[in-house]
Ligand binder design. Structure first.
Ligand code: SAM
Length: 257
């Protein structure tokens, strides 16, 4: 996969040189380049913002540096299907909310481009113009406002990058994670089995794989109904077996009603 990030603070993206994503880049599983938007300005002061038409607080990012930056990225795009457009992710609190499903979807793409806004955001015409060159997706990290798109890009690139083949040593760890099956993950424990007068649940030492699987599934259902009842509401009834429904019933949740 190829990823390009455009930002006025390229150094903000330095953590993407570390850990699993940094290793994926070194191993050639991910090609990631960060571009400084100011390189695409034409004035002495390298200006990227101006006052908003219609008045109001704050500044708006000027369109031309963005067009030049994005053009320079598309000029070198080498998707295997020449008709396929790269996907332009525009971090924005006004976008669709990022989640694991979208991470899986984006992990299938050959070329992702991220446009990090600052100030009050990017002149809206850049998004309209970009439709000719990209599949454009405004994406929000959540229902709160950050100072810029860089933190959102760090989160999204990490969530997408770890799904690429070869990035995580044991791909099974992706299967059992929170959100992979619509539920939160069960609690996990390691040695010692007794720590500061707290014992791990005895079933985990039983060696009975069926019982352990049931315990973990029940814990997923319990934790999800306590912390994220909205996820339980969204679960398809077909994804639940009889034992799941009984567990939910004991937690006061009746999915079939
Ligand atoms: N005026 C904008 C609004 O109310 O929708 C907020 C602008 S914010 C201060 C500056 C930039 O931070 C945005 O252009 C976007 O790139 C980024 N940003 C802020 N909150 C975000 C969020 N929840 N998800 C993704 N990006 C965000």
């Amino acid at each position: 996969m190829r990823i390009d990030v455009v930002s006025i603070f390229p150094e903000y993206l330095a953590p993407l040189e570390l850990s699993l994503i940094g290793k994926a880049r070194q191993d050639g599983l991910l090609s990631l380049q960060v571009h400084d938007l100011r390189e695409f300005t034409t004035d002495r002061h390298r200006t990227v913002d101006d006052t908003p038409y219609g008045g109001g607080a704050g500044m708006v990012m000027k369109p031309e540096p963005w067009a030049l930056a994005l053009e320079s990225v598309t000029e070198t795009s080498t998707t295997s299907d020449s008709a396929a457009l790269p996907t332009l992710i525009v971090p924005s609190p006004a976008g669709e909310v990022f989640n694991q499903k979208l991470a899986y979807e984006l992990a299938e793409e050959e070329h992702l481009v991220f446009a990090c806004g600052r100030y009050e955001g990017i002149d809206e015409r850049v998004l309209e113009w970009s439709e000719e060159h990209f599949r454009v997706r405004p994406v929000s990290l959540g229902d709160y406002v950050l100072n810029g798109g860089e933190v959102a890009v760090l989160a999204m690139v990490e969530a997408v990058g770890r799904l690429l083949p070869g990035v995580i040593g044991n791909p099974d760890s992706l299967v059992e994670e929170s959100h992979s099956d619509g539920l939160l993950e069960y609690p996990v424990y390691t040695k010692p089995s007794s720590w500061r007068e707290r014992d791990i649940p005895a079933v985990l030492l039983s060696g009975n794989h069926a019982k352990i699987a049931r315990f973990r599934r029940d814990e997923q259902l319990r934790r999800t109904s306590e912390r994220r009842p909205d996820l339980i509401d969204r679960l398809e009834i077909g994804a639940l077996n009889k034992a799941d429904l009984e567990t939910l019933h004991s937690l006061g949740v009746d999915k079939d009603q």
